[in-house]
Design a protein around this ligand. Structure first.
Ligand code: TIU
Length: 241
């Protein structure tokens, strides 16, 4: 191996192993916001049992800690709108009873509005200073945001995508990323849905047909690869010294 080169980690995944070069990869944590995970927010206003999303918190936390320790770029996203709702299309706002719509007042402030308590990322997964937070008006993290520019400026070519919900914002983001040329790995247990059956099928849809728009693994498979990569990087550095 070239002196000083850090070897790629290989993560066991469906449908095939996922090569990970830590310097060219990022962890993207999608919409782990109070509005989706806590009672009284957007998810609850849509009639969902928000407790179903809590299974993703521990795995997301472990991924964040491991990614930070390995030096992987970490990016968080939040779904939400300007207080004047100028960036919220009518087809998104005009759904359900008026008191439960985007912009209505709820126990965590105005529903799905930037700057309100419900819009914040849950405290268990708070971004660290310096970690980019992408505010997005849609389901996909690339739509009307500077995410693609940010990733290209950093030479990123692979994404580990976690968060909620599996079949809505995670799926949309992975599809958008795949079309833009990024390889995406989804650790399934670090994602969750209000509909367990959609979660399961959503993961299968990603990896089916030879990985039609991505790869699927588990959080522990990613953690093992990241810690092995860190050990390899240390060995390379010691050899070079
Ligand atoms: N409702 C639902 O499942 N999801 C969303 O509205 N947004 C995200 O997935 N973040």
């Amino acid at each position: 191996m070239e002196r000083g080169a850090v070897p790629c980690a290989e993560i066991p995944a469906d449908p095939s192993p996922f090569a990970l070069d830590v310097a060219r990869a990022a962890l993207l944590v999608i919409d782990m916001q109070r509005d989706f995970l806590e009672p009284g927010g957007f998810g609850a206003a849509l009639g969902n049992d928000v407790s179903l999303l809590r299974s993703a918190i521990g795995p997301c936390r472990a991924l964040l800690e491991s990614a930070r320790a390995a030096g992987l770029l970490v990016i968080h996203t939040r779904e939400g709108h300007r207080p004047d709702l100028a960036d919220a299309p009518p087809n998104k706002v005009q759904r359900g009873p008026p008191e439960k719509r985007i912009g209505a007042c709820g126990p965590m402030g105005r529903i799905l509005v930037r700057g309100e308590p419900g819009h914040e990322i849950i405290p268990e997964l708070s971004p660290l200073a310096g970690e980019p937070v992408i505010d997005k008006p849609g389901k996909g993290a690339f739509y009307q945001t500077d995410l693609d520019l940010m990733l290209r400026n950093r030479g990123i070519e692979a994404l580990i995508v976690a968060g909620v919900t599996t079949e809505v914002c995670v799926h949309t983001t992975v599809r958008e990323a795949n079309d833009r040329g990024y390889r995406c790995l989804v650790p399934g247990d670090a994602c969750a849905s209000y509909f367990p059956e959609f979660h399961a099928v959503g993961l299968r849809m990603i990896a089916a047909q030879g990985g039609i728009f991505g790869w699927v693994s588990t959080t522990s498979q990613v953690l093992a690869a990241l810690s092995a990569d860190k050990r390899a990087a240390r060995t390379v550095q010691e050899t070079a010294e």
